[in-house]
Unconditional design. Structure first.
Length: 395
């Protein structure tokens, strides 16, 4: 067995599926508070929940960190020899593309069907009162082949969205990552030296990319006074930190048990405190208070540092956290989180149209249940058959 295979054996992390479940449920909660009229929850006793919902986009950043962690686990053993770039690309295509193309086609159809509908963007505790209709009017109608082509080329995170596919910006970032990351491994593998030296170069490259991304955000905020929060160059460091966590896992597991027992809860507490700071910053933004450039820049570091610290607590085997995140119900939701993420946003629109006909609480319950069911069906009917084909043609 190679040095790489000894240090980085292929293994399953149940608690990561738990974190995936938390991520997708958090994103759904965010969209619920945006698209459904929950103004009856604008009283102080609901404030913690509404603040958590306000920063629910942070579930996407948790997804990014997890993706970097898992993809590095698939590639790092190849540093002992030749990196199988073609095989990696083919396996990602079988995994990602069928479900993605299905949602793109469904999103295009839905955009056509609801083109004359108006949806209120509530925000609830943070009432903004703007309308999705405005966003629909900013998109040329009818939709041009150029706009459609962006979704097939994964360039939608640099352009105006079709409202029904607005959530796919994060898929574009992940695809850019999948395209470039194995090439970094291939370049490192070409350099003479053993696995340890190559791993050290990988760590330096990952740290360099994280610092470069932070520097890019600094220039955008301080010099150009603008920042595309959905740009790959703005958000890629979240994935890189996940990669770094996976590379560092053997070192974390070799920590003295006593140190690990103290460090794990400290990581968990720090991660939760960072999320608390993000809630406070969201409240300031909602109150139209002035936010400094430094706070904006630190916010982008915090949104991926927090989930990374929670995952690190799991890596250090903090048993209460691992046990909680390994609950069967969470694992079941996490295993279908990709499909749920793709479909939950499209389902918002038909359910939002029913708000004048049904009580909001049962309607929200039906919407969440439908989103989870859609994720399950997407896994069973679309993703799983193509994964079976992958095992046959690209083992």
């Amino acid at each position: 067995m190679s040095n790489a295979s000894t240090l980085y054996p292929r293994r399953y992390y149940p608690y990561l599926d738990g974190f995936r479940a938390v991520s997708i449920l958090w994103v759904i909660l965010h969209h619920v508070q945006v698209f459904f009229d929950l103004r009856f929850m604008s009283t102080p006793e609901w404030l913690p929940l509404m603040l958590a919902a306000k920063i629910g986009q942070r579930g996407v950043d948790m997804f990014f960190v997890i993706s970097g962690f898992l993809i590095t686990g698939l590639l790092i053993s190849d540093l002992d020899g030749k990196v199988r770039v073609k095989r990696f690309y083919l396996r990602r295509i079988f995994k990602i593309i069928p479900s993605y193309l299905t949602i793109v086609m469904a999103g295009l159809l839905l955009a056509f069907l609801i083109r004359d509908q108006t949806f209120t963007h509530f925000g609830n505790f943070f009432v903004r009162g703007d309308s999705i209709r405005y966003h629909l009017q900013t998109i040329p109608q009818p939709v041009s082949p150029e706009i459609i082509g962006r979704y097939f080329c994964f360039l939608q995170n640099y352009h105006e969205h079709l409202i029904t596919l607005a959530h796919t910006w994060s898929i574009a970032i992940e695809e850019h990552f999948y395209l470039a990351y194995p090439l970094i491994f291939a370049g490192i593998a070409r350099v003479a030296g053993g696995f340890t030296a190559r791993r050290r170069r990988l760590v330096l490259i990952l740290i360099g990319l994280i610092l470069l991304t932070i520097g890019y955000r600094y220039v955008c905020v301080t010099q150009f006074l603008s920042l595309n929060s959905e740009s790959t160059f703005v958000r890629i460091d979240a994935l890189m930190l996940g990669c770094l966590l996976r590379v560092a896992e053997p070192s974390a597991q070799r920590l003295p048990p006593r140190l690990a027992r103290w460090l794990a809860p400290l990581c968990l507490l720090t991660g939760l405190l960072i999320y608390g700071w993000l809630c406070g910053l969201a409240l300031r933004l909602a109150s139209m208070e002035t936010v400094t450039a430094g706070q904006v820049l630190w916010r982008y570091v915090a949104i991926y540092a927090a989930p990374a610290l929670l995952i690190l607590a799991g890596m250090l085997n903090f048993r209460p956290l691992v046990a909680l995140m390994s609950q069967p119900a969470l694992i079941a939701v996490g295993k279908h989180s990709y499909g749920t993420y793709l479909w939950h946003y499209l389902l918002i629109f038909p359910f939002a149209l029913l708000q004048d006909r049904l009580p909001v609480i049962p309607l929200v319950g039906l919407y969440v249940a439908a989103s989870l069911l859609a994720g399950y069906l997407s896994t069973i009917l679309i993703e799983r058959p193509f994964l079976d084909m992958r095992r046959k043609y690209c083992p």
